[in-house]
Design a protein around this ligand. Structure first.
Ligand SMILES: Cc1ncc(COP(=O)(O)O)c(C=O)c1O
Length: 416
C-alpha cells in the first residue's frame, strides 16, 4: 500500500491495500527502518507535501501568498523543501529564524512572531533584516532601542489581537484577553507613538486561531479580518504617512485527526477570499496578502513508526507495548491540548491485510498511564517486532514532545 493524501483523510477501512506493508516515498517501512537504523522514527513524504502545496495554491486566488509556519515541523530538510514551495516563512524563535535564513529564503519574506522576544532575538532579527511581528507596546520600545543601538532600521508588523475570535478552533488565539498581539483598540495609540526614525512599519498580522475544520468559521473570521484591516491600514497611512506593504490574514486551516472529522472545505474558503478581494480591491492593491499555515501543509504527509517490543494480557485487556510513545508524539497521546483523548488513525504497518483482528490497547515504554499510542482499537493481530504506525503525524510531532522524559532513546526523522 502506498501512502497518499486521500488515504489519510478517509477512515482506515477505506484504505486501498495491494500489499501488506506500508510504503512512504516508494520505500517499504522495513527499508526506511534500515535507512534510519532503528525504530522509532518519523517519515515525511516529500511528494505528498509538494502535492498539498500545489493543490492549495491552485485552489486559492493568485493574489494570496502562502507562508509556512516553521513551528509545525522544523525538520531542516523539510524546511529546505518548503523554501522551494512557499513564498515565505513564519518563525517563532531565533533558532527557527536562522534555519529559515539558511534555506535561502529572502529575509523580507520571513516574519518573526511570538510573545516574549528577548533583546538578543530582536537584535538578531534586525541584523538579519527579518520582519518582527510585535506583540506588545513594551516590545516596540525594545525594538526601537535595539535599532538605535545598532544604527539600523527595524522592520516590524503589528500583530493585532482582534475583538473577534475564530470559532470552533482547536486553539483560539484572539478575542478577549490574550498574550498574543496588541488589542485592536490599543493600535491607534501605538501607531501615534511609533518612532519612525528607528522602525519601518511593513504591515499588520491578524492571526485568530489554529486547527479549524469549520470552513464557515474561517470565512467569518476572514471577513472580519478584512474589515479590521481596512480601518487599520487607513489609520496607519494617516498617522505614519507611509505605505503598508503586507497584510497577514492568519491561517487556522485544520486537518482531520479523529474518526468522524472531515477535511476542511478549502474551495469554500478560496471562493470567499475571491469575493473579499473584490470587495476590498483598493485595500489589497499593491499589498502582499499572506496566508500563514503550518499543519495543513505537512501534517498528513507524515507518519510516526514504532515497534511492538512486548505483548501482554492484563485482566482480559490485550496490550501491545512499543518502543515509542508520548516522549516522541505528545499530541497522539492526547496530552497536547485535547480535552478528551481520541485515537489518531493507527495501523499495524506490516500487516495491513491481516485478517485476524484483535482489540488492543497500544502503549509506549514510559512508566506513566499517560503514555498511550491507541486505546481500545481493533487491529490485525500483532506480534513482537511488528510496526505500529500513527498517521497525521507530520506536524507538532518530534519537536512538540518531551523527548528527554525518562531518558528513552531519541526519535529519528526522515524526509523521503
Ligand atoms: C502566529 C502563528 N502562526 C501560525 C501558526 C500555525 O498554526 P497551524 O500549524 O495550526 O497552521 C500558529 C500556531 O500556533 C501561530 O501561533
Amino acid at each position: 500500500m502506498k501512502l497518499s493524501t486521500t488515504d489519510l483523510t478517509t477512515s482506515l477501512k477505506d484504505y486501498p491495500s495491494s500489499s501488506s506493508e506500508l510504503f512512504v516515498g516508494n520505500h517499504p517501512l522495513s527499508h526506511l527502518e534500515k535507512l534510519v537504523s532503528n525504530t522509532p522514527f518519523y517519515a515525511y513524504d516529500r511528494q505528498l507535501i509538494i502535492n498539498r502545496v500545489t493543490q492549495l495554491t491552485n485552489t486559492l486566488p493568485k493574489k494570496i501568498s502562502l507562508h509556512y509556519a516553521i513551528k509545525a515541523n522544523p525538520f531542516p530538510s523539510l524546511v529546505q523543501l518548503m523554501s522551494t514551495q512557499v513564498s515565505g516563512f513564519d518563525v517563532a524563535s531565533r533558532k527557527e529564524m536562522l534555519l529559515a535564513i539558511q534555506t535561502g529564503m529572502p529575509a523580507d519574506k520571513i516574519s518573526f512572531a511570538g510573545p516574549g522576544k528577548t533583546t538578543e532575538d530582536i537584535e538578531a532579527a534586525i541584523i538579519a533584516g527579518v520582519t518582527l511581528h510585535v506583540e506588545s507596546a513594551g516590545e516596540i520600545t525594545k525594538v526601537e532601542l535595539a535599532a538605535g543601538q545598532l544604527s539600523l532600521k527595524a522592520n516590524i508588523a503589528i500583530r493585532v489581537n482582534p475583538k473577534f475570535e475564530l470559532k470552533s478552533s482547536g486553539m483560539k488565539m484572539s478575542g478577549g484577553a490574550k498574550p498574543f498581539g496588541i488589542d485592536e483598540e490599543q493600535v491607534p495609540q501605538i501607531l501615534k507613538e511609533l518612532n519612525l526614525t528607528k522602525i519601518n512599519l511593513r504591515g499588520f498580522h491578524i492571526f485568530a486561531g489554529s486547527q479549524n475544520l469549520n470552513a464557515e468559521a474561517i470565512l467569518s473570521a476572514q471577513q472580519q479580518t478584512f474589515m479590521l484591516a481596512e480601518e487599520l491600514v487607513a489609520l496607519s497611512s494617516k498617522i505614519t504617512k507611509g505605505k503598508i506593504d503586507y497584510l497577514n490574514i492568519g491561517g487556522g486551516f485544520g486537518v482531520p485527526y479523529f474518526a468522524n472529522e472531515k477535511s476542511l472545505d478549502v474551495t469554500a474558503i478560496a471562493n470567499n477570499l475571491e469575493s473579499l478581494l473584490k470587495k476590498h480591491e483598493t485595500l489589497v492593491d499593491g499589498l502582499e496578502l499572506i496566508l500563514e499555515l503550518g499543519r495543513y501543509l505537512v501534517a498528513e504527509a507524515g507518519i510516526y513508526v514504532c515497534k511492538v517490543v512486548d505483548k501482554k494480557v492484563s485482566r482480559g485487556t490485550n496490550y501491545l507495548v512499543c518502543d515509542g510513545g508520548l516522549h516522541h508524539h505528545l499530541a497522539n497521546s492526547g496530552n497536547f491540548g485535547q480535552v478528551i483523548r481520541k485515537n489518531y488513525p493507527v495501523v499495524i504497518g506490516n500487516k495491513l491485510k491481516g485478517d485476524v483482528q484483535e482489540l488492543v490497547n497500544i502503549v509506549g515504554p514510559l512508566c506513566t498511564p499517560l503514555d498511550i499510542l491507541a486505546d481500545k482499537i481493533m487491529l490485525p493481530k500483532a506480534s513482537m517486532g511488528d510496526y505500529v504506525v500513527v498517521f497525521q503525524s507530520g506536524a507538532y510531532g518530534a519537536t512538540a514532545s518531551p523527548k528527554d522524559f525518562l531518558s528513552q532513546p531519541q526519535v529519528s526523522e526522515l524526509l523521503i
